[in-house]
Design a protein around this ligand. Sequence first.
Ligand code: HEC
Length: 123
Amino acid sequence: MTIITSTKSVLIPALTVALLLGTAVLSRPLHAESAVADGQKLAFDRSKGNCLTCHEIKGGNLAGNIGPALTDIKSKYPNRADLVAIVTDETKRNPLTVMPPFGRNHILTDKEIDAVVDFLQTL
Ligand code: HEC
């Protein structure tokens, strides 16, 4: 009787830890995937990023060509912070750019910019 009770008292916390670890491991790639999907949605959304007005982007229709096509972004900008800076306020890098300063003008929140950059890094 005492053996069964002590096995239970060890097993239940052990199972709980295993479950928690499993959830933590599983939720990482799922989160990353959903951030990329959110980023693509924001980039293509006419009332949000509207990046297609100026940029050709894989998966998007009726793109404009005021800006360069967004291809090989990950190899062009291996440093994530550079992409965050471009989307937040490209006028800092190029005062004459026509690209809207999405962060400075609060067109996109920091969280939305993060998701857009996650998407850009898949291009
Ligand atoms: C009104 C036009 C316009 C819109 C809208 C626009 N961009 Fe741009 N973007 C440009 C131009 C023009 C450049 C070229 C660099 C410059 O002007 O400084 C550029 C450059 C870039 C670059 C650097 C590309 C490279 O190859 O060096 C990235 C990345 C980028 N834009 C991402 C975005 C994202 C993401 C969005 C939407 C959230 C967006 N842009 C919306 C005009 C635009």
